[in-house]
Design a protein around this ligand. Structure first.
Ligand code: NAD
Ligand code: GLY
Length: 362
């Protein structure tokens, strides 16, 4: 087992990583303020893991309310969030009732946002069950729901009390979801950790075969990177934006084709290729590096081209990006592989050409 800390003063919290970490009742109990919790999960994860998780808690004398949401990105909305509030109110949950997210990034983001809002702030715990959630979304306190016109448009920065990244859960993860998680793992290598990128390239086959120790290392090293960035820039005033490499393009893909059609990690992969193509056009990343990254995504089972929504539609959707300031698009690009940069003044013609070069069939 590995333990890391997200250092945020009095709101600092640990991340426990490894096989079985969420079955440690004593460890869980240490983070509960009341012997009552609400576990929020979904219709795919609950049949697999909720009963066992409840047993662990009940064995330790904890009173458990379960809230099972419909599965999928298209339910990351107000109506579904309201179901959480209804259940919390109907069951007389108090401000100190801990909300526990047992699921992937959708459940985690929604539970976090529900916790941020419920009675103006209830404690919450992340128990991420996808690779993507273990390496990224469960850490750092970004919580949100989608708006029909933009991904994660309604939300709050609200940190969990603890993250239990139990790699046992990854055993049942479909291969397509594993690949989607790898997109965010690769991201850390691209923006700031070249040795990690080389490690991923060397160990990709084992990761795709779900080798436990390789997955544990991938989660650990990703969380090291994420925890460092979040500790230095919690509210994304600077370097945290680097974590959005490929996301401005990727969010446009997710919204443009309809939530849930492309997985988040798939959209991030295709969006990252667009960001690298743009970086190449600006004279930073060379063609060999671009091909290297495309090859890695392809080997990971990820798309390297986006859907052809039309350039104008991409640009329209990208205007809803949360990095936009004074109606100005800001994009995370690469100076070189392993070094990200935030750009404010990229000509829209260059952006359009980069998009054109990376959509539709090759
Ligand atoms: P997800 O939550 O939809 O999970 C993917 C699928 O796998 C779902 O069908 C889910 O039910 C299923 N699943 C979950 N765990 C499983 C398991 N152990 N075995 C079998 N099936 C399992 O998607 P995701 O990729 O985990 O997360 C994507 C979401 O995370 C997006 O909404 C994205 O915007 C968000 N996100 C947030 C942040 C952040 O910082 N908060 C960062 C990255 C992504
Ligand atoms: N996943 C982007 C962030 O946490 O900032």
């Amino acid at each position: 087992m590995e333990t890391l800390t997200v250092s945020l003063g009095s709101r600092s919290y640990p991340i426990f990583i490894g096989a079985g970490v969420s079955k440690d009742a004593e460890a869980l109990l240490r983070f509960l303020s009341l012997p009552k919790v609400a576990v929020i999960s979904n219709s795919v994860v609950a049949p697999l893991y909720l009963e066992k998780f409840k047993e662990t808690l009940r064995g330790a004398g904890v009173d458990v309310l379960e809230i099972v949401l419909p599965d999928g990105e298209r339910f990351k909305d107000w109506q579904t969030l309201n179901k959480v509030f209804d259940a919390l109110v109907e069951n007389s949950c108090e401000r100190s009732t801990t909300l526990i997210a047992l699921g992937g990034g959708v459940v985690g983001d929604m539970t976090g946002f529900a916790a941020a809002c419920y009675q103006r702030g209830a404690p919450f715990i992340q128990v991420p069950t996808t690779l993507l959630a273990q390496v990224d979304s469960s850490v750092g306190g970004k919580t949100a729901i989608n708006h029909p016109q933009g991904k994660n448009m309604i939300g709050a920065f609200y940190q969990p009390k603890v993250v239990f990244a139990d790699t046992d859960y990854l055993a049942s993860l479909p291969q397509r979801e594993l690949s989607a998680g790898l997109a965010e793992v690769i991201k850390y290598g691209l923006i700031r950790d070249l040795p990690f990128l080389e490690w991923i390239e060397a160990n990709l086959a084992g990761l795709l075969e779900k080798d436990q120790s390789l997955l544990e290392h991938a989660v650990y090293r990703s969380c090291v990177n994420k925890a460092e960035i979040v500790a230095s820039d919690e509210k994304e005033l600077g370097v945290r934006a680097f974590l959005n490499l490929g996301h401005t393009f990727g969010h446009a893909i997710e919204t443009g084709v309809g939530y849930g059609m492309w997985l988040h990690g798939e959209a991030v992969a295709a969006g990252t290729v667009m960001a690298l193509e743009l970086s190449r056009r600006l004279g930073w990343v060379d063609r060999i590096s671009l091909e290297r990254v495309k090859e890695l995504f392809q080997r990971a089972g990820l798309p390297t081209r986006g859907p052809d929504l039309g350039c104008a539609r991409y640009l329209e959707l990208m205007q809803h990006d949360k990095k936009v300031v004074n109606a100005k698009l800001r994009l995370v690009l690469l100076k070189r592989v392993g070094e990200a940069v935030l750009c404010e003044d990229v000509p829209l013609t260059e952006v359009s050409q980069a998009i054109e070069a990376c959509v539709g069939r090759e």
